[in-house]
Write a protein of this length. Structure first.
Length: 555
């Protein structure tokens, strides 16, 4: 089961993205001929002076909008307002899962009761409507709402009268908090995406920033849709249905992937069950919508409760796993996550009260993303530190501790990583050095003194070949100098420098001597390095033999 969940969490976008997008495109295409009735210029409030008639026909004045008036015998409700000739000729009202009829002096001016396409889609959520009032001397405005569900009966939001510019400015000012929050989350998602791409090589196994990008983008899109301002840019009602309802399925799945990202091995079974259950519920809700049994807007609270559950579980995982290295960060994370959970829970439980929901929801989203940013930052930093540590260990493995030149591991790594198609090495030279009488020196004066002589030798060798080659220590007294893109003149010049440096230590405690052999070659395969080393080794031993003959002749 664990491998199945891991597979689902890795490819969930591939499996479910197309399913949700198919449903969304179907809704969008079906509703493409039914744009909202509004103009791009819109708002000043007209929330007083409205009245309705009770069952006995008595006129009841409404103190102020928004409000909810009683709907007894019929779900249809009507509110009225006296219209004078000096009134502005633009009115803006808001429907929340309601159809609407707007009339003046009993004559219908505007109706919002679109044909259901597709048939199983009962309602296209909530929108602002802008209607032009015909010029008359005096009259009575009537706004009649019919709810899709009984719980929406009698709901009336703020109503605006004014010129196009006034309405537009007012609406944007009223919704500015959500607009800015949504844009901020989208900007954060873009930043997280580019950071994940920039650090892809270093964070190949850590998807925290990428998952953070998903969550930020989806929440930002949802908050922008909740601001009701996107309808002035995108008139297609099906798109807004997708942004509001299908998007919440992606948010739930993103939270599930985020849980998998920070999960503890010992808790995998519980998280697997939780994720499987949330996926099953998400698919079930979609199926119920497709067959027309339950509309998405009536089942979203189930998904939202799962999202709150994921937040609680993330908090539990972070605390059990000692995720943060300092108690201060741990306390800050717990504080913000606790606030977000409380806020979301209050919003879900008190979903009928829309008067406080907007502000509280904004704070909840902010608290949650502060918490998620703590997690993403900590995981990225932990991964970065582990990679830096691994790189340090690798670097140390490639360096000979005693001399500071490259190690035997580095030499074999160079050969192992050689790719004839990528590494265009021409005119290479391999020089093999072997120090003379090092064993006798160690036996007579000790290994510490022998190490000083070796360091002197390496220092001279590195100085001589600093511009053309790299020095590798492949044994106790054996060294290789590998030069790329060089000619025989360059090598001979470097060897002369080395001999001068060697001669400068004659008569001192660090006096040393060595034999060497070198070959030029152009590697076409890994075997060419081994062959060149063997040829250089033969030439080095030939030089060592001649040096011994000369020494015997000298004595």
């Amino acid at each position: 089961m664990s491998s199945f969940i891991k597979h689902i969490s890795k490819y969930y976008l591939r499996y479910l993205f197309f399913f949700f997008v198919f449903v969304g495109l179907f809704v969008i295409v079906k509703s493409r001929h039914e744009p909202l009735n509004f103009k791009l210029s819109l708002a000043s409030t007209c929330n007083t002076g409205w009245y309705y008639y009770d069952e006995e026909g008595n006129q009841k004045y409404i103190l102020s909008l928004p409000t909810k008036i009683p709907a007894r015998n019929s779900p249809v409700t009507r509110i009225y307002h006296f219209y004078a000739s000096n009134f502005p000729q633009e009115i803006c009202f808001y429907t929340h899962h309601q159809t609407a009829v707007f009339s003046l002096n009993g004559r219908v001016i505007y109706e919002y009761d679109i044909e259901r396409n597709p048939s199983w889609l009962e309602d296209y959520r909530s929108f602002y409507h802008i209607v032009t009032i015909p010029p008359v001397q005096n009259g009575e405005l009537c706004l009649s709402f019919t709810p899709v569900g009984e719980k929406y009966a009698g709901e009336y939001d703020s109503i605006y009268l004014g010129t196009h510019q006034e309405i537009l400015v007012k609406l944007f000012l009223d919704r500015m908090d959500k607009l800015l929050l949504g844009i901020l989350l989208l900007i954060i998602s873009v930043i997280c995406f580019f950071l994940s791409r920039i650090y892809k090589r270093n964070f190949a196994e850590d998807k925290s920033l990428l998952h953070m990008c998903y969550v930020c983008f989806l929440f930002g899109l949802w908050i922008l849709e909740d601001s009701k301002l996107l309808q002035f840019i995108i008139p297609n009602q099906g798109i807004h249905w997708c942004f509001e309802y299908l998007n919440q399925h992606f948010i739930l799945l993103s939270c599930a992937v985020f849980v998998r990202d920070i999960d503890i091995p010992s808790k995998k079974k519980f998280s697997d069950v939780l994720i499987t259950l949330s996926l099953a519920v998400s698919i079930l809700v979609i199926v119920l919508q497709l067959v027309g049994i339950v509309q998405l807007y009536n089942s979203m609270y189930v998904l939202q409760m799962f999202s709150v559950g994921f937040c609680v579980y993330i908090t539990y995982l972070v605390n059990v796993g000692n995720f943060f290295h300092t108690k201060q960060r741990q306390k800050l994370f717990n504080f913000f996550m606790l606030l977000s959970v409380i806020v979301f829970f209050v919003i879900i439980i008190g979903r009928y009260n829309r008067s406080y929901g907007s502000i509280v929801l904004n704070f909840g989203v902010i608290f949650m993303f502060i918490s998620f940013l703590f997690i993403a930052n900590q995981k990225s930093m932990d991964k970065y530190e582990s990679i830096q540590q691994a790189m340090l260990y690798q670097k140390l493995a490639f360096v000979d501790f005693n001399t500071g030149v490259a190690s035997k591991t580095a030499w074999f790594s160079l050969i192992e990583k050689f790719d004839p198609e990528k590494d265009k090495m021409i005119n290479c030279c391999l020089i093999l050095f072997d120090m003379n009488n090092l064993k006798k020196l160690n036996d007579s004066k000790g290994h510490l003194f022998g190490d000083k002589v070796i360091n002197t030798f390496c220092e001279c060798l590195s100085k001589a070949f600093i511009d053309d080659g790299t020095v590798f220590r492949i044994g106790g007294d054996e060294f290789i100098c590998f030069c790329r893109h060089c000619n025989e003149e360059d090598v001979e010049a470097d060897l002369k420098k080395f001999k001068k440096l060697e001669a400068s230590y004659k008569g001192t405690e660090q006096e040393f001597s060595c034999a060497y052999g070198y070959v030029f070659f152009t590697p076409r395969s890994k075997a060419d390095f081994t062959e060149a080393q063997q040829r250089a080794d033969s030439l080095m031993y030939e030089m060592k033999r001649l040096m011994k003959v000369g020494r015997e002749f000298e004595y």
